[in-house]
Design a protein around this ligand. Structure first.
Ligand code: B12
Ligand code: SF4
Length: 533
């Protein structure tokens, strides 16, 4: 069978290879002709994807879908079925795993099958059933299908032996063809590849669906597997920076230390980050020392709120005092800290949001990211919002963390977006934060990427009526003229930057392409044999 696996386009500016599709492709490539297409990287519209489908004529198109992606996935399914009704369509990933019935209804007749949970073992079985023209799919874990009685959801599976899956199909996801600023907006070395060392998280934070998708039990890859994966990435794909994107990397602190020691022993000069954010309560001085020695250059932490009542409501199992202590501990080791905050959690008021904004400025942070709360299906906070009648008011067409698809009772979208803009602008306008971040801009192309992300994350609003106030406009222009001034002082050829850049409303994505990438065929002497393996 010809199978095309697709990552849909979106406005998130997270341009990172899909490990999920890589692992899935690895399992089916032995029996099928598989391709992986990342619409985010190629900045491909559903209509353009339809043309690719028209030429390549896959028998099956499988799409990865986060809740965030619903509107685009709908368009993709319509476009694919517009080319050929015979092409089988399957949607899997976080959204289908969290809300299979809702997703099947939402996507309607353009979607043939859903797939919930981890697909490496049962998707190949499903493809065999399709080839055998079976009409029933009982017993194949995770398949969501329709029979005469309605929608059937086969219980999903969680894979216990992760190493047995082998490596993700790196030759199909090609991490070396991705741009520099994949996940966090800043980076140290390039090219970059994400890896997953563990799956699962035992916590129950009310806004998070990771435990629903990956389960509450922590499952590990062996340290040997991770060592082998890193060597392959380094030698065959020239990867120089690794992003560990586990749900909860520091949960098993002894394991995290073993991984760091293994990376130190490899002695490849890699840069490391955990841009998803880690829990700080599991850090100790020894792990921080090992992280630093292994090449971690910034520690991203999930703070979420600066108000104890909201942290309690989120079941975050931490307090503002503990957060202060933990950030100070990381800083004592000379590591920079980036933090994530959620604004507009159910029950929040402008005052609790101001507590969060205040904390973001009091902590010694290099960077801060402020996301508006998303009621992710399947989470406890979603259930609470539903009980209170809030789900009906969610703006599902703009279910983006940079928009405000949900607002707490008594708060308007305009107020929440304004608080978010003030949080960002106020944080980055402070001289220390501003100078340190501007000095980390590595090229004009990087600056353009940052400006686009700034536009999407801070300025863009689905509704022009929720746009910037006069005061925020003046902050934004102050921020811009400082960036331009500092850069032109740093690089004489950047004088052009004093001219304001107009950021087009449509995505400017595509700042990296295969042609832009520096060559990376050099093989370190220490592992020269490895590259030939
Ligand atoms: C790494 C990661 C990212 C990376 C994604 C990299 C990429 N290109 O895929 C980045 C940084 C870009 C990212 C961004 C965001 N993420 Co994120 N992310 C994760 C994380 C921690 C791990 C995902 C992962 O790689 N898992 C391991 C692989 C093996 O699993 P997988 O990708 O799910 O794929 C498996 C199955 O889902 C299935 N499958 C997947 N696709 C398909 C397709 C078919 C056809 C089939 C059959 C099966 C199938 O098979 C795969 C193999 O088992 C998850 C947490 C989690 N546990 O899922 C959150 C998570 C997926 N992210 C989440 C969110 C909300 C976001 C953001 C919106 C940011 C935010 N926090 O607000 C953004 C924007 C997303 C976007 N569309 O760009 C939510 C999604 C919830 C939801 N219902 O949509 C999660 C669950 C975390 C959470 N807080 O709840 N994320
Ligand atoms: S936010 Fe982090 S700690 Fe909390 S449930 Fe999600 S992955 Fe686990």
């Amino acid at each position: 069978m010809r199978v095309l696996l697709v990552k849909p386009n979106n406005l998130s500016d997270h341009i990172q290879p899909s490990l999920g599709l890589g692992y899935l492709a690895q399992q089916i490539k032995k029996e099928h002709d598989v391709d992986v297409f990342d619409c985010i990287k190629a900045n491909t519209t559903p209509e353009e994807l339809a043309r690719i489908v028209e030429v390549s004529r896959p028998d099956l198109v499988g799409v990865q879908c986060y809740t965030f992606d619903i509107p685009n996935v709908k368009k993709i399914l319509r476009a694919v079925k517009g080319v050929s009704r015979e092409t089988i369509t399957v949607v899997g990933g976080a959204h289908m795993s969290s809300d299979p019935i809702g997703a099947m209804r939402d996507f309607g007749p353009n979607l043939d099958f859903g797939f919930s949970g981890e697909g490496e073992l049962s998707f190949p079985e499903f493809l065999r059933a399709i080839e055998a023209e079976r009409k029933r799919f009982d017993g194949i874990a995770g398949v969501v299908w329709r029979n005469d009685d309605g929608i059937v959801i086969n219980p999903p599976m969680l894979i216990s032996d992760l190493d047995a899956l082998g490596m993700p199909a790196l030759e199909l996801i090609r991490p070396d063809t991705y741009p520099e600023s994949q996940h966090g907006a800043f980076y140290e070395q390039f090219p970059i590849c994400p890896i997953i060392t563990t799956r699962g998280c035992p916590y129950s934070c009310t806004f998070c669906s990771a435990p629903i998708i990956s389960g509450k039990k922590l499952r590990h890859h062996s340290v040997d597997y991770i060592r082998e994966l890193i060597l392959r990435l380094y030698h065959r794909y020239g990867i120089r920076e690794i992003h560990i994107v586990d749900d909860n990397f520091t949960m098993d602190i002894a394991y995290a230390k073993r991984i760091m020691r293994a990376i130190i022993d490899l002695d490849l000069g890699l840069s490391l980050a955990m841009p998803n954010g880690i829990r700080m309560d599991w850090l100790d001085d020894e792990l921080l020392e090992l992280m630093k020695a292994a090449g971690v250059y910034v520690v991203s932490v999930a703070v979420e709120s600066g108000n104890d009542k909201i942290l309690k409501a989120m079941k975050k199992a931490t307090t503002v005092a503990a957060i202060r202590e933990n950030v100070a501990r990381i800083r004592r080791h000379g590591l920079d800290v980036a933090a994530f905050f959620i604004l507009g959690y159910p029950g929040e008021t402008p005052e609790t949001i101001r507590d969060t904004i205040r904390l973001s400025r009091e902590l010694d942070l290099l960077r801060a990211n402020f996301f508006t709360y998303l009621p992710l299906p399947g989470t406890r906070s979603y259930d609470q919002v539903q009980k209170e009648g809030g789900i009906a008011k969610v703006d599902w067409d703009n279910f983006l963390f940079m928009a405000a698809p949900y607002t707490p009772e008594g708060m308007t979208r305009k107020t929440l977006l304004s608080l978010k803009r003030r949080a960002f602008l106020g944080f980055y306008l402070r001289p220390k934060a501003f100078i340190r971040n501007v000095l980390a801009i590595r090229s004009y192309r990087h600056l353009k990427f940052l400006m686009r992300r700034f536009y999407h994350w801070v300025l863009m609003t689905p509704n022009p009526a929720h746009g910037m106030t006069a005061e925020e406009r003046s902050w934004a222009s102050r921020l811009w003229s400082r960036v331009a001034g500092l850069l032109s002082a740093r690089r004489p050829d950047a004088a052009q930057l004093t001219e304001p850049i107009t950021i087009p409303a449509e995505s400017l994505r595509g700042h990296g392409s295969e042609n832009d990438m520096r060559p990376h065929t050099a093989v370190g002497a220490a592992h020269a044999d490895y590259a030939l393996a």
